[in-house]
Design a protein around this ligand. Sequence first.
Ligand code: KIV
Length: 273
Amino acid sequence: MSLQQEIRRLTAPDIQARKKGEPIVALTSYHAHTAGLLDKYVDVILVGDSLGMVMHGLETTVPVTLDMMILQGRAVMRGSKKALVVVDMPFGSYEESPQQAFRNCARVLKETHCGAIKLEGGTLMAETIRFLTSRGVPVMAHIGMTPQSINTLGSFRARGRDESEWDKFLDDARAVADAGAFSVVIEAVAEPLAKRITEEIAIPTIGIGASPACDGQILVLEDMLGLSQRVPKFVKRYGELAGRIEQSIKDYADEVRARKFPGPEHTYPLKKS
Ligand code: KIV
């Protein structure tokens, strides 16, 4: 019996079935080791294109490439056994046409073995989502504040804080649900709007800065661990790892300079004859 048969990985339909049920727990991961730590506790691991900013120090997610996503998607799949792994489609890899989207999504599914992809956009991407889902590609949609559009949006500010903006986001949510997405990430929107969307659509909403009204929550792992210098208001820091890592590095450097490390317990003596 293969390992895959022993531990059944969650699937996109499993997550879709959680609408109005037990809250969906999701976090990002880009590496095998963090994926292994997360796997026991979360339902969904997102290989987010936030890796461009978090791992590579980019200003935005726009320069992230398909090859970067595939490399980290493979690592996360190797490190996890149980959670549904969703890989983000980067900017420029799906917007041109449904055919372009299918070609690149198929590459991601084939080369990473992940269970679903995520793409940004609402009404505008509905035709593409329908094309993909009817051809075997499970799609997690992403609406609200969509970071890949930063150059047209102008800022990462929260959306829907003024009711006059609501129609667009409600239309987006209805469009992606009708097109066959199995869930939708809602990023940085006012609580009453997230609540209204969650009540209206039949697929689970996964909030990031979108209030407890959503069917689940997601955060960027490094943000909640205290490894990112600046984080948005919606992030709760569950750890302050940056300080602890820095202290460990300082201790190591001090001990090497003082010739205290390596000690006898870290050193190979000759074999006893
Ligand atoms: O790229 C990412 O990490 C994301 C989450 C913020 C939802 O899209």
